[in-house]
Design a protein around this ligand. Sequence first.
Ligand SMILES: Nc1ncnc2c1ncn2[C@@H]1O[C@H](COP(=O)(O)OP(=O)(O)OP(=O)(O)O)[C@@H](O)[C@H]1O
Ligand SMILES: [Mg+2]
Length: 313
Amino acid sequence: MQSASSASHDTGYKGGLEIPGWDLFYVGKVRDLYRHPNHSNKMLMIATDRLSAFDVVMEQTIPDRGRILTHITEFWLDQFKDWMPAARITCDPAEVPDLPQEFHEQLSGRLTFTHEADRVNVEIVLRAHLAGSGFREYQATGKLWDIEVPSGLQNSSKLPQVVHTPTTKAEKDEPITWLQAIELIGDADEAAKIHKMALKIFGEASDAAAAKGIILADTKFEFGRLNGELVLIDEVMTPDCSRYWPADDIVEGQEPPSFDKEIVRAYLRSLTDWNRQAPGPNIPDAIIIQTRQRYLDICQILTGSLPTHQSDL
Ligand SMILES: Nc1ncnc2c1ncn2[C@@H]1O[C@H](COP(=O)(O)OP(=O)(O)OP(=O)(O)O)[C@@H](O)[C@H]1O
Ligand SMILES: [Mg+2]
């Protein structure tokens, strides 16, 4: 429950909805996953407006964030659909079997009905620029874990080529070497295929974003297997799993202005009385509104459109 003092603009979708016939079997940081007994090996993935920062899910939401993430994922999946299979079936509530009509409008834009894939438990992280944990690692060791990169680079510097720095898919993701990734994937050929496909998607998306004045600095992909075929699962190149930067505003050595929840993180960092444990502190209205606007901005720039349904603020 929100306290009376919580932001009045916190009208976002918190999740946890009870849908008759559907079993809410997993509550992630952002997504709620449901199964239905009539539809084995499929699931309903609902992107909520929950926001996590420093691994704590905040009490407040960013209205429409889940819809924006879903919209951007849809956009990219559509771009590559001719050659990159995905697990999703539909994002149209009317096409989801056994979804009661009274939930259609509320879930429109947030839901993805998807095949439940056999998940590859490695996060495929690709980096074109130095940022975040990659930059911290480089500062500490001069490398990107086991990968050699030139000396003299700074925060946000472009890398000579896109670097693949896989991590485990766990409660706390840990960087792993490519050999460890192959072991987790279980098959060297399949691992090589994932690597190649991820680089191809990343390359095409970077070019498309660059044409719109946006740098795709890095991203994380998740893959799964469906009937023996590799498919993309989960969200795809959203501002939650990627860093997008306005190309004109990048100054090497400085922290780039990012199209994500950096505004919230900066606010949280400014607090002296929050110990980075749940529950999160109250986030002022202005921060919520600005963050929502950043998400809307990147959605409009990348996809040329916005989710059809939006909250009344
Ligand atoms: N088609 C799919 N088949 C199997 N698992 C999937 C599929 N699509 C998404 N997932 C999984 O569903 C979950 C979605 O939940 P959510 O995005 O909230 O993730 P999470 O629990 O916060 O974890 P993370 O922070 O690593 O994304 C993830 O664990 C993702 O791996
Ligand atoms: Mg996720």
